[in-house]
Every structure is written in structure tokens, then in C-alpha cells.
Design a protein around this ligand. Structure first.
Ligand SMILES: Nc1ncnc2c1ncn2[C@@H]1O[C@H](COP(=O)(O)OP(=O)(O)O)[C@@H](O)[C@H]1O
Ligand SMILES: [Mg+2]
Length: 434
């Protein structure tokens, strides 16, 4: 190139409004070939960053119109809902480049029954299961199998569709809640009942271009609200990368036994998978991984520490991903450990309170970044506007060091009713795995 003209620079669209999307936009904005990152609808953090522009559109058809009008060269989708609604199908029909699975491929997440029968058909390791629409038959199955047992709504339920029943009566109550009382609507009109698996969970996230697979750095999150993994389930209260539980040997097994057969057989079944593919895996005491579920997107908060460690240009990666050439690229990672601590609003996860003023977020440094989620910027004032508000990500050579520096940053941030855990990363400090 003989000159750097603005017209050579790309405009990018990130769809979503959480911490995951802020982290993707942040990494994308660092590319020398990116001029502007639009975020739809974005949050207070993406509003504060001069390289980003929030746009108040969520309808996929209208987003496609915006992308054409604005000359946006590439769209990356964060959350599952627009994917399950077919945003990728719509964009492709309009000839627009977008990274994510089609509506059909997104069924790996949007229907647990689809995912389970796919895995069973192709002998991909997962918990034994049966699917029910009839409550009596489901109760009967639970009586036969006994507890512990796991009841899962088939459809998307924003993290509220799974009951890990340690006692039989909890399982019966979950069946009644989903199948008889329709508390989850269509999402719970069909339930998967599966065998309880023991072990340690990890998040395994890869990029897929239909055929080639590129693994991201390993990560692990903390789902429970309170320290020591107690309290209610949440979207995730913190995460870190790398995850020592995923040893090189387990990494190879997950790739060989779960990820590769999934991608190959989706293509064989006529539903080629493109996009981020996230396998939630349970690793037992012998190091055997089994699939808990698939997500058709990156995890939140896993994305935040993963993006903080990514050295390779994200636009280059995404271009390979949409062009089907992921086999031509290798990823470079910061060798340090990244730790993300989520700060959530008062009353999260039930009925998070909005409108609390946020102060004390330190400017970004080379070892600490604060990604926003449920925040709103109005008249120069930053307030809470969602369940998970911020994710503070630190980078340091060891878990102990990164905990110290990240929590120092967390302790300088204030909003009324803030909830966060003090022990994010504890599993990585442990010698043994349970
Ligand atoms: N078969 C299982 N055995 C033990 N725990 C499970 C099992 N399936 C799910 N879980 C637990 O429930 C959580 C949520 O289940 P998951 O399948 O990931 O559904 P979702 O993320 O859609 O709510 C998992 O992260 C895991 O902790
Ligand atoms: Mg899950």
C-alpha cells in the first residue's frame, strides 16, 4: 500500500450489549485496519470509547440495511438470541459478511434435544438422556432413574432452564414447573432428562469456518453468585484464562472426541457449522471429558479474559473465519494469566436494580481493563442498567498476582449494592481437581 487512506480501513459491526461484546469491540478496535466499530445496541463502555459508536437497532433486517448503507465490511454476533432468530441467514441472503452460525446450525444451542440426539447419533461423549413432552412419562423416568438427575428445558431459557436435582422431589418439581405449569413457555414445553455427571467443568471455545477449527485459549468460569461456589446460579461471576484443568492431554481429547466429530458431522448432516462453538465439558477424575452442552457463541464472561490475552489481530482472524481459511492462521497469546471479576447489581440475579451511579473505574493500562455490560452513559454520568454491570480483567504472571491486582481495581470501583465474589480463580490455585 502506498498510502493509508481512510477508505482502506474497515467498519465493523458487533451485535450485542454485554461484556462479551465490549471485549470483542475493544479487540477489534485495536486493529490497524479498523476505522470504526459499531455496536448494536452496545452499553456505557462502548459509548465512552471514541473508536466505537452505539446504534439503537436490534432487528436483524434493519441491521442488514444499516450495514449496507454504512458500508460495514464484517459483522460479528455476540449473543445466542439473534443467531437462533436467523440473523446469519438474513445477512448471507443479502450478500453481507457475518461470523456466526445459521439458524439451523445454532440449534446446537437453541434445542438441547437437537444437540443430544446429534451427539447420540454420532457417538460424541455426553450424559445418557431421554426427551419428554409428557409430564407423566417424565415423572416415571425419574422414579426409575433416581437422583441425582438433571432436568433441562429444551429451548433457550437465559440460564434458567436447568435444574440439577440432588433429590428426586426436586426433579419432580422441575418437571411440573416446565411441562405442567409452562413456567418457561415454549422453551420448557419439551425437556431433556439426563444423567448427573461428576467432575470439574471447563469452557472449550473454538472458531469454525464450516470445516476448519481453530481453538481459542482455555478458560473456566464461576457460575454461582457467592464465594466457594455457593448461592444461586448466574450468567457467570468471573472467569480466567488459561484453565489449568485443561491439560494438553485433555485438550487433545476434547478436540478429538468432541469438537472435531461435531464439526465434521454437522457438515455431513448438511448443516455446516460456522461461528464460535463453545462446548461446556465435564472432566471426570480419570480425565475423561463429556459434553454438558453446546453454545453457538462465545461465553460471557470467558470472552473478556480471552480477548485480553489475544495477541493476534482480530480482524485478520475473522476474515479467515468468514472466508473458510482458518487453517491458514495461528493464534498468539499473552503468556500471562487473565482474570475477570464480574461486578453485579443489587438484587442480581433475580431482579437487578438499575440507576446506581458508578464511580472509580480506572483508565485502561497494559495489565488491567474494565469491560462494561449493564451500564448506561447519560449526560456524562455512568449508571447501572443490568444484572452484570462490569467485568474487571487483570493480567499477571501468576494467578495469585493477578488476583491481587484485579481485586485492587475492583475495590476502587463503587456503586450502591455492588455484588462480586472475592475468590474468582480459586480452582486454578488448587493442587487437585475434584
Ligand atoms: N449432566 C449434568 N451433570 C451435572 N451437572 C450438570 C449436568 N448438566 C448441566 N449441569 C450443570 O448445570 C449447568 C447448566 O447446564 P447447561 O447444560 O450448561 O445449560 P445452560 O447453560 O443452558 O443453562 C452446567 O454449567 C452444569 O454446572
Ligand atoms: Mg451452560
Amino acid at each position: 500500500m502506498t498510502q493509508t487512506s481512510h477508505s482502506y480501513l474497515n467498519k465493523i459491526l458487533i451485535v450485542g450489549s454485554g461484556g462479551r461484546e465490549h471485549a470483542l469491540a475493544w479487540k477489534m478496535a485495536q486493529s490497524e485496519r479498523v476505522r470504526k466499530v459499531f455496536v448494536a445496541p452496545g452499553n456505557g463502555g462502548t459509548a465512552l470509547d471514541s473508536r466505537m459508536t452505539n446504534i439503537a437497532i436490534t432487528d436483524p433486517e434493519q441491521l442488514a440495511e444499516f450495514v449496507k448503507k454504512e458500508g460495514i465490511s464484517l459483522t460479528v454476533v455476540g449473543p445466542e438470541a439473534p443467531l437462533a432468530a436467523g440473523i446469519v441467514n438474513i445477512f448471507r441472503r443479502e450478500g453481507l459478511k457475518i461470523f456466526g452460525p445459521t439458524r439451523e446450525a445454532a440449534q446446537l444451542e437453541s434445542s438441547k434435544d437437537f444437540a443430544k440426539s446429534f451427539m447420540q447419533r454420532h457417538k460424541i461423549p455426553t450424559a445418557r438422556y431421554q426427551t419428554f413432552t409428557d409430564a407423566n412419562a417424565a415423572h416415571e423416568y425419574v422414579r426409575k432413574e433416581g437422583a441425582p438427575i438433571v432436568i433441562k428445558a429444551d429451548g433457550l431459557a437465559a440460564g434458567k432452564g436447568v435444574v440439577v436435582a440432588m433429590a428426586e422431589d426436586e426433579a419432580h418439581a422441575a418437571i411440573d414447573m416446565m411441562l405442567s405449569d409452562n413456567k418457561l413457555g415454549d422453551a420448557g414445553a419439551r425437556v431433556v432428562i439426563e444423567e448427573f455427571l461428576e467432575g470439574e467443568e471447563a469452557s472449550f471455545i473454538v472458531l469454525v469456518d464450516g470445516k476448519n477449527i481453530l481453538a481459542l485459549a482455555t478458560s473456566q468460569d464461576h457460575k454461582r453468585l457467592k464465594d466457594n461456589d455457593l448461592g444461586p446460579n448466574t450468567g457467570g461471576m468471573g472467569a480466567y484464562s488459561p484453565a489449568p484443568v485443561v491439560t494438553p492431554e485433555i485438550h487433545a481429547r476434547i478436540m478429538r472426541e468432541i469438537i472435531t466429530p461435531t464439526v465434521q458431522n454437522m457438515a455431513k448432516d448438511g448443516i455446516p457449522y460456522t461461528g464460535f462453538l463453545y462446548a461446556g465439558v465435564m472432566i471426570d477424575a480419570t480425565g475423561t471429558p463429556k459434553t454438558l452442552e453446546f453454545n453457538c457463541r462465545m461465553g460471557d464472561p470467558e470472552t473478556q479474559p480471552i480477548m485480553a490475552r489475544l495477541r493476534t489481530d482480530l480482524l485478520t482472524i475473522m476474515n479467515h473465519a468468514v472466508n473458510g481459511t482458518l487453517d491458514q492462521i495461528e493464534l498468539q497469546w499473552d503468556r500471562r494469566t487473565a482474570l475477570g471479576v464480574v461486578m453485579a447489581a443489587a438484587n442480581y440475579p433475580d431482579t437487578p436494580r438499575s440507576g446506581d451511579v458508578i464511580t472509580g473505574i480506572a483508565p485502561e493500562t497494559s495489565d488491567c481493563i474494565t469491560f462494561h455490560a449493564g451500564t448506561t452513559l447519560k449526560d456524562g454520568k455512568l449508571t447501572t442498567s443490568g444484572g452484570r454491570v462490569l467485568c474487571v480483567v487483570g493480567l499477571a504472571d501468576t494467578m495469585k498476582m493477578v488476583q491481587k491486582l484485579t481485586y485492587e481495581a475492583v475495590d476502587r470501583i463503587h456503586f450502591d449494592g455492588a455484588q462480586f465474589r472475592r475468590d474468582i480463580g480459586w480452582r486454578a490455585l488448587k493442587q487437585h481437581h475434584d
